[in-house]
Write a protein that binds this ligand. Sequence first.
Ligand SMILES: O=C(O)CCC(=O)C(=O)O
Ligand SMILES: [Fe+2]
Length: 326
Amino acid sequence: MTMNNVPLIDISPLLSDNREDWLPVVENIDQACREIGFFYIQGHGISSAQLESMFTLAKTFFAQPEDIKQQLLIANSSNHRGWGSAGAEQLDPSKPSDWKETFDMALDIHPEHPIVKACPQLYGPNQYGVLPGFQQQMNQHYGLLINVARRLLQAMAIALKLPDDFFNQYFDDQHISVLRMIHYPPRPADQVVDADAKAAGAHTDYGCLTLLLQDDVGGLEVRNAQDEWVAAPPIKDALVVNIGDLMQRWTNDYYRSTEHRVRNLSPGVHRYSMPFFVEPRYDTPVSCIPSCITAERDARYPLITSGEWILSRFAATYAYRTQDES
Ligand SMILES: O=C(O)CCC(=O)C(=O)O
Ligand SMILES: [Fe+2]
């Protein structure tokens, strides 16, 4: 049976002490990764109240005055942290800019730390601004999400016949996962957009996995293996998980990094979402996993490090970076 829609998987058995209980979940995850590259998870253990509180926080954050947010401009950050204004990120270069503002944070590491010296484009301090409790709440949520991600990565390692900690060994205290908050405001009334404009253009994600929390507005669409755009509507308290390009490469294209987009929203509607981009430490060697090199499929990709890969993708996506470079 092939999947036309995005399946829903209860991952709570992954917390069982009995390894046998994990296997059906491992299989379901593996199948979803191979067939559509997208699935919903429930039973992830993050409470409804916690998820709600994050939307409240996002609304409060983005409602701050423009000049306060300007002080956190991501374009002024050497390591890609902070606020991005509407139009800064263009996911589909052939279409008018996405209409959204963003806030990115990751592990907060002191500028003098050796890893920051080694790779200053990906490590270093966050910019939080002045909103009381913001730093704590973001970091707390980041901690909850990385734990869910680690559970999924362990399940994938088992499915791919690797040691349990194969992926997680690269998710120690120096991984480069990013928690992003997104606000899609209504487009200005006088902005001319063509009929197929999107709130977020069609794209794939760069990293290993993305765990997405979306509000109840809807609009997320996923391109399935039959090349049809299918809706991935909000399911209360579920997270949407998808495979990114780096994991596709690591699995020699067995796991699919699937295109997705966000439909243009109705006039006057605000949408909020929070992707957590799960990315291993910058020096992770990514070469095709042995169980993914088969009689039918030779290794398709040479070795690359996670950091090289991510930086090459940043350069292609951000207007402010390409402007800097030209
Ligand atoms: O806002 C959404 O629902 C999706 C966002 C997304 O795909 C991304 O930021 O990579
Ligand atoms: Fe995405």
